[in-house]
Design a protein around this ligand. Structure first.
Ligand SMILES: [Zn+2]
Length: 461
């Protein structure tokens, strides 16, 4: 993945150890990724009414401002962010009871010192549940879904007036919870983390703390799905058939050496986050979901930000899901009516069926990745000789799940992979396609057809 942490370090003299080599001349278009019947059945369990209950409960805490009350009396009274935190933890615990204790429910708490939107030292707590992978090697691989449970009204420092946050980001919190409820009934070789963070509206504090902790612990997070404002606000211009998926192009974590390599290879459209976005697009097709991902090739909405960028900064692949059309009367607003216009982020403005469909797209992506092999450990494109053919070599997918490999490619101007060619169980392939004209990647496939994320090659001289 171009721009990943050890980008230059991976340009090594890579001996051609591969005993097997496939030679392919015929071009063929990609066979659709098959739907997994077990995953398809799980998606049917995603419930719009459960999501409605979750969001109405979150709204009932009146405000979930990160700097609102979290003392025992307020928690007992069901008011403020402390009460919201306790309730989310109890929800995860109840899902775990229903699956024989399959979820490990955890909190990540820290004291944030005063900053622009933090007037005094404030405890911030992320709440999450871990569905540990069943395969010891693959359990180290993590896919993660997140939403922020904190909310705000017109004033980021206001802690007393209502800040219902039904859409922003009760909707994303509900996606994390519903994915946990449904997917905890299945088993996967890799680990899934269902995360809800606080501190987003004050400056991404919760996600930054979690991402930095994961990085410092060396966690192998393959994918982060951040859902923020996925409520499908009921405005007349809303398009409930799509959800936007934002992915960074040039990685926030790119070093100067990475940037030079990106320029040399034409790699500005192949960050690991963008390969994740392409994976989501294929997953949406495989499961023929009612809400289709609409890929947007930028980090976030124009000049705006969110929690996925905190993971991008640590070098992780992370994307943001957001409804097609936001209504700015219904976010970051005090609840009021002015000149006949209703302001405020109220539950009645969101569309629970739409959120359920977004949750299905998230659950399908999480389950597919957690079922799939790891990507090949490295991929190289041979460049010693000037040739019109292209020879790719790769190191096997670690973890033992892969039974074959697939090369994918697309025109440099195409947004998604257009062609695929199986290499069988070989670890190299020669294609009669010029590396000048297309972009290649390799992915690992298991015997059920689960695909790994695609990994683009580095040059090998
Ligand atoms: Zn938000």
């Amino acid at each position: 993945m171009i721009g990943s942490r050890s980008f230059l370090g991976r340009i090594v003299q890579f001996g051609i150890l591969a005993a097997l080599s496939a030679v392919a001349c015929a071009q063929r278009t990609t066979a659709p990724t098959p739907a997994d019947p077990q995953i398809a059945a799980a998606l049917k369990q995603v419930s719009a009414s459960r999501i409605q209950q979750t969001i109405e409960k979150l709204v009932s805490f009146q405000t979930r401002s990160t700097i609102s009350a979290q003392d025992p009396a307020s928690i007992a009274a069901g008011h403020g962010i402390g009460a919201a935190r306790e309730w989310i933890e109890s929800e995860f615990e109840s899902y775990s009871r229903d699956c024989g204790g399959c979820l490990e429910v955890k909190t990540d708490s820290f004291i944030q010192q005063p900053a622009e939107r933090i007037p005094q030292p404030t405890e911030i707590t992320n709440v999450y549940a871990v569905l540990k992978g069943t395969d010891p090697e693959n359990a180290k691989r993590i896919v993660l879904v997140t939403g922020h449970y904190d909310s705000r009204n017109s004033d980021t420092l206001n802690t007393t007036d209502p800040a219902p946050g039904a859409n922003d980001d009760g909707s994303g919190t509900a996606v994390s919870l519903e994915c946990a409820r449904v997917l905890s009934k299945l088993k996967f070789p890799a680990t899934i983390i269902f995360l809800t963070v606080a501190g987003e509206e004050q400056g991404l504090y919760g996600s930054r703390h979690f991402a930095q902790m994961a990085k410092s612990e060396g966690r192998d997070i393959e994918a982060v799905l951040n859902n923020d404002i996925v409520g499908g606000d009921r405005n007349p211009q809303q398009d409930t058939s799509v959800v936007r998926v934002f992915s960074e192009g040039v990685p926030l974590a790119a070093t100067d050496a990475d940037l030079r390599m990106i320029r040399n290879l034409g790699g500005e459209n192949d960050s690991s986050s963008r390969e994740l976005a392409r994976y989501i697009a294929e997953t949406g097709q495989a499961y023929d979901l009612a809400v289709k991902p609409m890929l947007v090739f930028r980090l976030d909405r124009y000049l705006r930000g969110g929690d996925h960028s905190a993971f991008n900064r640590e070098g992780y692949a992370a994307v943001r899901f957001t409804e097609f059309r936001e209504d700015f009367h219904h976010q970051h607003q005090n609840v009021r009516t002015e000149n006949g216009v209703e302001y405020g982020d109220l539950a009645r403005f969101v569309n629970f069926d739409y959120i359920a469909n977004v949750a299905r797209l998230n659950a399908a992506t999480l389950a597919s990745l957690a079922s799939a092999p790891a990507p090949p450990a490295s991929v190289h494109l041979l460049t010693k000789e000037l040739q019109n053919d292209s020879t790719l070599t790769w190191a096997p997918s670690p973890g033992g799940l892969a039974t074959s490999y697939e090369v994918v490619w697309r025109a440099t101007t195409s947004p998604e992979w257009e062609h695929a060619q199986s290499a069988g169980n070989a670890t190299s392939i020669t294609l009669d396609k010029s590396k000048d004209n297309v972009i290649f990647a390799v992915r690992a496939v298991d015997n059920h057809g689960h695909r790994s994320l695609a990994l683009t090659p580095l040059p090998e001289r």
